[in-house]
Design a protein around this ligand. Structure first.
Ligand code: FPP
Length: 240
């Protein structure tokens, strides 16, 4: 089902989102940060549904960065529990909405129970043909590039790849994102103007959209605003 408002002519094929501001949302209300994350998970649900309805093909969400491990253990544990709970309770909804779940990052760093839940949801939804939802977990762009370089070297050492053949396209095939197109649009909530180690290689020509809205307040209308801004851009990919 595609429910695209008439003034949105082009729906980005791939949207990436830096979901920022859960902590501030909670602080403004005198609530614990974990409550902000819980409300952030509700936003994830809404945005996944809206993207599916709009006909977006890929949605990558920055759910837990390599740097997020430095947060207090209590907050990290709460985020891992929330992720596990989300996967367990929302997989039936993903099935109903024809959403295929994928994940990128150093997934082996996640607690075992989380990894198990993640792999369960990924295999359960593997045959779905609608939106591909990609969760970036224990993800860092620099780490991904380092892992990509190691994988390239291994291919060269094993004789599967000739060094002279290495170019951007070949390198892309050694990244976690090898099966997905580059993002067309990056949305960052809560007003910060940085990339924060997210999809560094893949965002060379991605359009950036920053909103002051905090992630728990981000809903369908805010997403449509981002799509309208995207439609007003002229993408030249370095050409004229
Ligand atoms: C940034 O807010 C958000 C995160 C570090 C985690 C994102 C997690 C969620 C949206 C919830 C769980 C996700 C899923 C997929 C179920 P912040 O804590 O940095 O906010 P602040 O900058 O205001 O402190």
């Amino acid at each position: 089902m595609s429910r695209v408002p008439e003034d949105i002519k082009t729906v980005p094929r791939h949207i990436a989102i830096i979901m920022d501001g859960n902590g501030r949302w909670a602080r403004e209300r005198g609530l614990p940060r974990t409550e902000g994350h819980r409300r952030g998970a509700d936003s994830v649900r809404r945005v996944v549904k809206a993207c599916g309805e709009l006909g977006v093909e890929f949605l990558t969400l920055y759910a837990f960065s390599s740097e997020n491990w430095k947060r207090p253990k209590r907050e990290v544990d709460a985020l891992m529990r929330l992720l596990q709970q989300f996967l367990k309770s929302r997989t039936p909804e993903m099935m109903e909405q024809n959403v295929r779940l994928q994940a990128i990052g150093r997934l082996h760093d996640l607690p075992e129970a989380c990894q198990a839940e993640l792999h369960r949801s990924i295999s359960k939804t593997a045959q779905n043909t609608g939106l591909t939802l990609i969760l970036a977990l224990s993800y860092g762009g620099r780490e991904e590039i380092i892992d990509g370089v190691k994988s390239l070297l291994e291919s060269v050492e094993k004789g599967h790849l000739d060094k002279a053949m290495i170019d951007g396209e070949v390198f892309s095939k050694h990244l976690y994102t090898r099966y997905y197109p580059d993002p067309d649009l990056l949305i960052r909530t809560s007003g910060e103007l940085r990339l924060s180690n997210f999809l560094l290689w893949q965002m060379s020509y991605t359009e950036f959209y920053v909103t002051e809205k905090l992630w728990p307040d981000f809903e369908r209308e805010a997403l449509l605003e981002a799509l309208r801004a995207f439609n007003a851009r002229s993408r030249r990919f370095g050409g004229v």
